[in-house]
Design a protein around this ligand. Sequence first.
Ligand code: ADP
Ligand code: ZN
Ligand code: ZN
Length: 817
Amino acid sequence: MPPPTNLFGMEEPTAATPPPGGEWTYLRIAVERGLDRLNEAGGDEGLTYRSAEPVPLGRRVEVPLGRGDKSAAGVVIQAGGAEILEGFPASRVKSILRDTGAGLPPNLVELARWMATYYVCPLGMVLGAMLPAAVKKRTGLRSVTLLARAHRPRDEDAPKLTASTQQAWGKIAVLPDDAFPLTPEHLAGRIAARTLAPINRLVRLGLLTEVETEDVRQIGGVETQLSIEQADPSGSLATPRPTLTPGQSKVVEGISASLGAFRVHLLRGVTGSGKTEVYLRTLERVISKGKTGIVLVPEISLTPQTAGRFVDRFRSVGVGVLHSGLSASQRHKEWSRAASGTARILVGARSAIFAPLANLGLIVVDEEHASDYKQDQLPRYHGRDVAIKRAQMEGCPIILGSATPSLESWSNASPTRTPAAQHSKYALWELTERVGQAALPRVEVVDLAEERRLRQRTTGRRDAHLHLIGPTLESALGETIRAGGQALLLLNRRGHASYIACPDSTCGWFLSCDDCDVKMVQHRVIAGKAPPKGVVRCHHCLAQKLLPETCPTCGKRLITLGFGTQGLEQELNDKFSHLLASQSEMESEPSRIVRVDGDTMASARDYFAMLSRFAKGEIRILLGTQMIAKGLDFPNIRLVGVINADTALSLPDFRAAERTFQLVSQVAGRAGRGSLSGRVIVQTFDPAAPAITHAAAHDYVGFATEELRTRRESGLPPASRLARIVVRDTDLHKADAHALGLKAALDEANAAKGSKVRMLGPGPCPISRIAGHHRLELLLFSQSRAAIQEILADARARGLCKSDAHTAIDIDPIALM
Ligand code: ADP
Ligand code: ZN
Ligand code: ZN
């Protein structure tokens, strides 16, 4: 190990002598590495340092940490004079190493404090997660020189100017104050000067002054603006604002009435009912009041098409877009534009809720039910819930929009929540019809067992179970293709075959991962030298091996069953490539059947390219996982097929029915958006399941009412609050001991606070082992959110419960596997 170094050669503090010409600034710093430094009230106090220069709250600094004084990054959570020391000897306070210049505004530090407490995560880690890596590293930052008018009376002491300089100065003098500062090139443009010469002369004469600032330069990546315009060539500036329908007007007026104060509005509107237009109009009001807005969209729906509508409408006030296709420097640039007010609307995925916009007037969370809003690593926050908190802190309204609201939001908005409640917590707005002529598509539920019998009768063959596409869907696909339409097929499972087993039922062997208690999935690898049958992969630890041919126990030849998107792609090619080829005018067209899943879409760039091909009609059949269920809004989709609606229904998760309902509704909403009506076919082995029948009938309220009753009867969220703690260890005994210790600490805290929390476990998680780690879970249920918070805070303050490599604390969990 190299000897500990002090990066900037600063002296070790020996005495509290103030810096030359002033007092020390004392700072409390939350280091990103994540140490809990809790006071009795459970607040994080950070570590104490000092600085010769003033450092603002929220600033990211580097400090010496630990015995070796290694440099560690942290954020200033308090700044002030000696009172901050609270009796700590000033002589032992070390100086910070460096002020990085990057940072967060004070209101976000406040939000971070709330998150750290609520989500049981060290404050430094929350702050660290709020700042994008590109902002921390200050990627693409350069120093630029801007020009301002010198502050001196114009007539007094005026230097002699040449004619051309005089003319330039005359034009500069009448520019509005807010045009400055600006670059020399910009200024030349504003005064229509052909060269920079007169401007340079004015600088030398002192009539213009130079201001050094920092600017972020974009390097590489998918060009945001470019991809937006490519996807919507007709759109751009010319798009007229539609006249609102009476339904939309009512919602816009209603929500706008609450501008300037905190209020949660739930907007339930069927797909295509004009929710986005409601967001746009309400944002217009916000902007006209001089305020700013954040629009959150699930990552996968954040397409150029979606973002383009906001960019288009608000071009004049600046729109920032944060999505995963941006390069680091672009991300930094968008962040800086939000911070400086150059962008007053910010559209982005989950973490955009941390954008440093000042003067926030509205937050919109589109598709508020989407599970993408939940982060599955530290800090395990829910973007929607953090958005609600931020709106509350900033005193502005928030709109949660969805065709299928989460039952959490619905129960807060529905006046029937409890018979006694006169007022619901959220305001509820509903748009029940699609805009214009478009009707909601007719949804046919077909019974897969019935479909197999039908195929067997008509073909006389016994291979019906090998078809993923039943006769009904097959003929509908044929019709759609012949009519020149496009089709969308959903199958929520990747790979080729999901079940590799011994055919001998007395043997019963099946292939599972060595390190996880899950089955492995067969994948065919098209390119490369892979064996024809492909490989098997574990979707949890990503282990991969060759597909075995025979049973390792009895030697019989293995069979592969179950289905995934790769298998579906092959079946579609077998069934329809002939028909597609016969239709095509061109000799060799690129593939018209395209699969979209985590295996084929490696980056946002791939995904956007696919969307643009789909928009041009090059893709006729798009098949994929839930990636295709959201945000695709194309008029020529005439058929939507759900290959197997049961894939999510059978999972051991209390939200299985809710997810199935959402998925089927969302994907069905993709059909018939244009003038032609759409058809939706849902294949299932369980045609009577309420999630499926209600989705087919477009009956959200019926489904929600029934499902909420079930949740209440079984004491599950949203009828209760839930926290989940997962303990993991490669050693099962250690995991057991750890989980039992945690349980004992929580039991004690619970008893002391009146036993308001019901605890289940520790017991094995539904997936009891991942990547060699045994997993045990503890579930905490309570009617009161505060009760769960209290006992967790108590155990945390005693150092008995912390988020670390062995312990994952998940508040309001979404994934329960
Ligand atoms: P949602 O967000 O509920 O799916 P959108 O706002 O995307 O609905 O509206 C669906 C389609 O209808 C879009 O193409 C949109 O431009 C159009 N639209 C929305 N409101 C109106 C309106 N008042 N008049 C005409 N077209 C509208
Ligand atoms: Zn595995
Ligand atoms: Zn066997």
